[in-house]
Design a protein around this ligand. Structure first.
Ligand SMILES: C[S@@+](CC[C@H](N)C(=O)[O-])C[C@H]1O[C@@H](n2cnc3c(N)ncnc32)[C@H](O)[C@@H]1O
Length: 253
């Protein structure tokens, strides 16, 4: 098992994240950004998708509702899975979306998924080589992988950034290293896009909307400090955000 990400996803913390990211989401840009990422997968109705670290289920439910996909969401956190299941029931999507508790480092080879999708989860995983080998083995030939994740710059981190990463227990890579890791794991057509400018823009907008999020003063102040810190580190080029896409080789290639 991977180490659980500590108290970061305790119930009250989840509430706070959802207040700033938007209903059903715990990742930058909420539903709008998810919709844009999912569109890149060019899903066909009936395609099977694995959402790794599905959180509150926002992306998985959106893929089923708007793109006709059949989605398995998996997450290490029992609390996230319970909440995602409840939202799935509320939206009457149980026939197309299933949420299970699990560690992505325990995935078994299946070659059944047309796409693997993940948003801001792999920062929690130290053994990226193993992770990508496992993800390749759940995809059909020609299956697509898309994920966003926090990344770091190429330079040595400042004390401030090193302390932030250590406190969170994150395992961040520079974007170029992520691309190499995916190729080393056997993925092809690997591409990495630096979305740091977008991250700054999204974070600023989330910060501006914070007063309307319905949180108490302490919670608001906590998030405000956190978001300002991310923006400053991203403007310095230390904290980065990447979109990675790749696919498995076609059958017979
Ligand atoms: C930042 S949240 C993102 C949630 C969701 N992807 C979203 O966009 O709203 C990260 C999620 O990864 C999950 N996670 C962390 N380590 C994991 C692991 N080893 N296997 C599966 N999920 C994991 C956490 O429980 C959490 O729900």
């Amino acid at each position: 098992m991977s180490a659980a990400p500590g108290d970061q996803y305790a119930p009250r913390e989840i509430d706070k994240y959802e207040a700033i990211y938007g209903r059903d989401f715990v990742s930058p840009g909420g539903a709008a950004c998810a919709r844009e990422c999912i569109a890149r997968l060019a899903l066909r109705p009936g395609d099977r998708v694995l959402d790794v670290g599905s959180g509150l289920g926002g992306s998985a439910l959106l893929m089923a509702r708007e793109f006709g996909a059949r989605v398995d969401g998996m997450d290490l956190s029992a609390e996230m899975v319970a909440r995602a299941r409840e939202r799935c029931r509320q939206q009457h999507l149980e026939d197309r979306v299933r949420f299970t508790r699990g560690d992505c480092l325990d995935l078994a080879a299946s070659r059944v998924y047309h796409a693997v999708y993940s948003r801001d989860v792999f920062l929690h995983i130290e053994d990226k080589a193993r992770l990508f080998r496992l993800l390749r083995e759940v995809l059909v030939p020609g299956g697509r992988l898309l994920f966003t994740d926090y990344c770091c710059g190429e330079e040595a981190p400042s004390d401030d950034f090193a302390a932030y990463v250590a406190e969170r227990g994150y395992h961040l890579l520079p974007l170029a290293r992520y691309v190499e890791c995916l190729r080393e794991a056997g993925f092809v057509a690997v591409e990495g896009e630096d979305w740091t400018a977008r991250f700054i823009d999204i974070s600023r907008r989330e910060l501006d909307a914070l007063p309307a999020a319905g949180l108490g003063a302490d919670e608001q102040e906590d998030l405000r400090r956190g978001w300002q810190g991310k923006i400053v580190r991203a403007e310095r080029g230390e904290q980065r955000w990447g979109l990675l896409t790749a696919r498995t080789e076609e059958a017979g290639a």
